[in-house]
Design a protein around this ligand. Structure first.
Ligand code: ADP
Ligand code: MG
Length: 251
């Protein structure tokens, strides 16, 4: 991955550090002077208006977008230059409701080379159930992917992103397309996964109501980081009010 290198000294044992990152596409400056530090086991939320460059920042971290600056990662025992393993759930993937692809088929395609039409081997079925268990989704095994609710689809994609277990989990608007009850369930589950595996989670969200409960840090982005810190610090900031035209705090 371009420009990925070990972090220098870090207060925590493991972190993702973004330093002086900028992205230019054609003559447009999409991101400039982005500095962020994500510690192991933390949930960091990226917020900002549409077109602010949030997804572009994620693409840069994933190595899918050229950038200037440095993205580095350090973890205990990582002595050799090595990129982190990143689990990624993209923004609003859509599947055709008429598509016969089942959740079991999807796992078979993603985790093995065996053609889906041959069905799941016993070993792959066990592996898939183990993956789905991480998101309490064993009951989804035989369902067609195109017929899953927004929350169920996010859980299936999350289960895929967690196999093999990553160092960092990145989610692009996982709550959009999920109903309010489903959103709370999904956030509780992410919190559980974060604690169980000591994962760093970076997620883009427009749901400001959940930030105080679930996020350790929030970064407000509009082509650069306008404000970052604890949720209340960001949500009560002048920068937040200016960007979202809200007075007297976020909620
Ligand atoms: P966000 O996720 O914050 O809504 P994006 O990162 O998707 O914003 O996009 C930020 C800006 O970069 C937008 O103006 C978008 O049109 C532009 N952009 C993103 N990708 C490309 C691309 N491949 N080519 C040209 N412009 C792009
Ligand atoms: Mg986006």
């Amino acid at each position: 991955m371009r420009n990925f290198r070990h972090g220098q000294s870090c207060d925590s044992s493991c972190c993702l550090r973004i330093q002086d990152l900028s992205v230019k596409i054609g003559s447009d400056v999409i991101l400039r002077d982005v500095n962020l530090h994500i510690h192991c086991g933390q949930l960091v939320a990226l917020i900002g208006p549409n077109g602010a460059g949030k997804s572009t920042l994620i693409k840069a971290i994933l190595g899918q977008q050229d950038f200037d600056g440095v993205i580095s990662f350090s973890a205990p025992g990582m002595r050799h230059r090595k990129p982190p393993r990143i689990g990624y759930v993209p923004q609003s993937p859509s599947f055709d409701p008429g598509d016969p692809l089942s959740v079991a088929d999807l796992f078979s395609c993603c985790l093995s080379r065996r053609p889906a039409f041959l069905g799941l081997s016993a070993a792959m079925r066990d592996k898939t159930l183990e993956c789905l268990e991480r998101v309490h989704g064993e009951d989804l095994l035989g369902k067609r992917v195109g017929t899953l609710s927004g929350g169920e689809l996010q859980r299936v994609l999350l289960a895929l992103a967690l196999e093999p277990l990553p160092n960092i989990l990145i989610l692009d608007e996982p709550l959009s397309g999920v109903d309010v009850e489903g959103q709370a369930g999904l956030m509780d589950m992410l919190d559980e996964i974060r604690k169980r595996y000591d994962l760093s989670i970076l997620m883009i969200t427009h749901d400001f109501g959940m930030l105080s409960t679930y996020a350790d840090e929030v970064a407000l982005i509009d082509h650069t980081v306008l404000k970052s810190g604890a949720p209340s610090e960001v949500l009560d900031s002048e920068e937040f009010c200016t960007v979202f035209h809200r007075k007297g705090g976020a909620l």
